[in-house]
Design a protein around this ligand. Structure first.
Ligand code: 5AD
Ligand code: SF4
Length: 468
């Protein structure tokens, strides 16, 4: 694997400066997972590094980049819809450059579709091409015509990319890229390539910088964080990495996603139990409760092994909560398979569930499996799953009333005059508070709930807490 360090491309910066009469503005929109959001932050950082300003409206932009997601068909359709809407803008401003990057751009049939049906798209680049974006942009401007090259997959990690973070108190920190698991429904291993772990030293340096800059919540990212460390010279696993990071002094909390159940070790659970900086919440996607379907999905665990892991964590980590992803209607899923999923969901008791109807991804093994169940039947199963989930989660959330908890205030609440804060266990509470509290810790007394949302009020302790 290649280890690369970003360096400022002054030749590209000069080409860009010569092309635009006034400092150019870029609009970058990211779709999909946190990894992609973090890539979007790096794209903005790199663009600023070569002289772009950033804007929030398409109309003000000299460069529009859609950083796309390919995990489900619906996400792709949305992107095509949004690209279609740019045609008018390009007619009004022929100097506008339109680029498509991210996971969709990593698929040959998508690049072909862009080439044939979207003549106003100027540029495509893949998930590993962010460091080369200035050079590609300069090349596009020099040529004076579109530059659609199928992005290559690079077996590389690029360090020290400039970054323009969206938040001043919550940060994403990728620890690895790619995925080697090849779950049969999933496009990620094809578009994001093989697993590559960052060096612990590079992660630690970025982490220290975040803590020094006042970041209070740092979320470690990887498609499968539990296989962190494969291929590194020094023997270090994910739990070791967590312990290393937790030695950094400061008032912060760490979250991480995503954990693959087959690789989540007891050592990891023990580490979460022992380290106060680690949030007591585990996102542990199960995908299905049927062993037959799990096998067809190539998940490499059984429902029983999964439940055993949850039991171990519950016993070791008081108050731990779980969330999960579930795919409804995987090819060939029977009523019996689906009932097994409902049983597992009832038994585990998830605070949050992210549910998806299976979406066929061309090039994956599941796309070739017989899929006789109708979409209407899959949608009906989804409804049933959501009802089971709501019943558990609403009751579990309501049962927390009466406690006083520390939260990180994240955003304004839906109700005017309120803020939303996130608990250590990943639940969200809405409480009356000024927006000046956003980005701060607060003690909140939980008074009740509305569906899966907690409601509360600032606790008395805050006056002393915030003065310290
Ligand atoms: N169809 C539906 N859901 C999918 N996911 C991944 N691939 C597909 C697909 N083809 C879901 C999985 C994964 C989450 C990020 O997206 O549940 O955990
Ligand atoms: Fe996709 Fe499976 Fe890898 Fe997750 S672990 S990214 S679901 S292949």
């Amino acid at each position: 694997m290649e280890k690369l360090t970003y360096s400022h491309d002054s030749a590209a910066a000069e080409t860009l400066a010569a092309y635009y009469e006034t400092p150019p503005m870029a609009y970058v929109r990211s779709y999909g997972c946190q990894q992609n959001v973090n890539d979007g932050e790096k794209i903005r950082g790199v663009l600023q590094d070569v002289g772009f300003g950033l804007c929030d409206s398409l109309e003000d932009a000299d460069l529009i980049l859609f950083n796309t997601c390919a995990v489900r068909e619906h996400a792709e359709q949305r992107v095509f819809g949004n690209i279609g809407a740019l045609k008018k803008l390009k007619e009004q401003n022929p100097k506008l450059v339109i680029g498509v990057c991210g996971c969709m751009a990593q698929q040959p049939h998508i690049v072909e579709k862009l080439r044939q049906s979207y003549p106003y798209v100027d540029l495509v680049f893949g998930v590993d091409g962010i460091d080369r974006l200035p050079a590609m942009l300069a090349e596009r401007l020099r040529r004076g015509k579109r530059y659609l090259q199928m992005p290559e997959q690079r077996n590389a990690v690029v360090e020290e990319l400039p970054i323009r973070r969206d938040s001043g108190f919550r940060a994403w920190l990728p620890i690895m890229y790619g995925c080697d698991n090849f779950c049969t429904y999933c496009i990620v291993p094809y578009v994001r390539g093989r697993e590559r772990s960052r060096e612990p030293g590079a992660i630690l340096a970025e982490f220290r910088g975040l803590v020094a800059n006042g970041y209070k919540e740092i979320t470690l990212l990887g498609q499968n964080v539990n296989s962190y460390g494969k291929g590194l010279a020094q023997p270090v696993d994910f739990a070791d990495l967590l312990n290393l990071l937790c030695e950094v002094p400061g008032d912060y909390q760490i979250r991480f996603m995503t954990s693959h159940p087959k690789d989540a070790s007891r050592k990891l659970i023990d580490t979460i139990a022992a380290q106060p900086h680690l949030c007591k919440h585990i996102h542990l996607p199960v995908q299905s409760g049927s062993d037959r379907v799990l096998q067809q999905m190539n998940r490499r665990y059984t429902a029983e092994q999964y439940k055993e892991l949850v039991r171990y964590a519950r016993q070791k980590i008081p108050g731990v909560t779980f969330s999960s992803d579930i795919i409804v209607g995987f090819p060939g899923e029977t009523e019996e398979d689906f009932s097994a999923t409902l049983d597992l969901v009832r038994e585990v008791g998830y605070m949050q569930l992210f549910t998806f109807i299976y979406s066929k991804r061309s090039g994956t093994p599941a796309a070739r499996m017989p899929d006789p169940v109708t979409h209407a039947e899959k949608a009906a199963r989804m409804e049933r799953l959501l009802r089971v989930q709501d019943e558990y989660a609403f009751a579990a959330v309501a049962a927390m009333a009466g406690q006083t908890v520390r939260v990180l205030v994240e955003a304004a609440g839906r109700t005017p005059g309120t803020c939303n804060g996130r608990l250590d266990n990943n639940l969200v509470v809405e409480f009356p508070a000024p927006e000046s509290l956003i980005g701060q810790w607060a003690q909140v007394r939980l008074t009740g709930s509305r569906a899966a949302l907690l409601v509360g009020e600032l606790a008395q302790e805050n006056t002393t807490e915030t003065e310290v």
